[in-house]
Design a protein around this ligand. Sequence first.
Ligand SMILES: *Cc1c(COP(=O)(O)O)cnc(C)c1O
Length: 371
Amino acid sequence: MYRPTVAEIDLGAIRENLRAIRACIPLRTQVIGVVKADAYGHGAARVAAVLEQEQVPLLAVATPDEAVELREAGIMTEILVLGHAPPDFVPFAVSNNVTLTTDAHATTAMYASAAGSGRVRLHYKIDTGMGRAGVPADTATGQIMRSFALPNVDIVGLYSHLASAESDLDFTARQTECFADIVRDVRAGGLRPAMVHLANSAGIFTVHAPPLDGVRPGILLYGLPPVASLAQACAVKPSLSLRTRLEVVKDLPAGHGIGYGRTFVTERPTRMGLIPIGYADGYPRSLSNKASVIVRGQFAPIVGRVSMDVVAIDVTDVPAAVPGDPVTLIGEQDGLAITAVQLAEMADTISYEIVTGVSKRVPRIYIDRQP
Ligand SMILES: *Cc1c(COP(=O)(O)O)cnc(C)c1O
């Protein structure tokens, strides 16, 4: 590794976050560990190994290929594919303990015939208001009961996804009630799904219903509360830090432009520092002239545009700064902190996009403080 830019992943923090989440949910409720999108940029295989060690009974991914990646990495825990899987994935699923999501009786019938002589495990996803995937609530019970009668399929789970768990408690309550009604009707019909689940990270705190079998935290496992008010509800710690080192320090006179478009012009003689990270590493260009980084115990502002491979910072007020100094863009350093949540606000997005956006060019390095 010749370039000092890295994403530092604290696996111990993920382990502690899992424990914090478990402390917030009823004893009989299981955590389904959401590791889609390369575990929100943290590295799916490494994170899944930690969750497996901690006896998380079910991992959730978005795509079939993400499930394959985990199996190739030696992860044995059952995996639920939350997104769509084509029927030609069914044989892999059947023989590799991978559970699929179905959204209609027709889809289920297709999976049943693709299962051949095996049995495919399925969770039925119910659309209780998200308006994306899932069997529409009004026909859900009928379709699920018809699917129940199919050969070669085991409907082992029922779930739904909340549209605004962090922002609209009334709508969350309506989705919860709609889901509970369908679960009740399906149970009355004789189906006994082992895993009924509804809440994402925010929903863990905003769904008010009798305990379900599972919750599906993603972002909270990675220590990023989906809204600030939840930070008090569950003490979690960010698990991804984005770090680099100062590459160049250079004096510029007053009145000198910095970067593409000359969007920053120095107002004073300025010590400019260059750091080897850019939007191709997933550091958003929209943070140009907005965000700061930590260097030598101070916040140094980004000056000029974030370009593809480098960012300029103003270190005039950090006179001791020299090439080689550690620089933190996300995370803690010298008693200061910058969170993905703060950057997301500045970039007009959500922390999810910041952490999943850290690109492949940035090597992940892992710290694992065993408890
Ligand atoms: C991504 C996802 C989650 C996790 O959401 P967070 O807000 O990150 O906790 C849960 N359920 C489903 C269906 C998802 O797609």
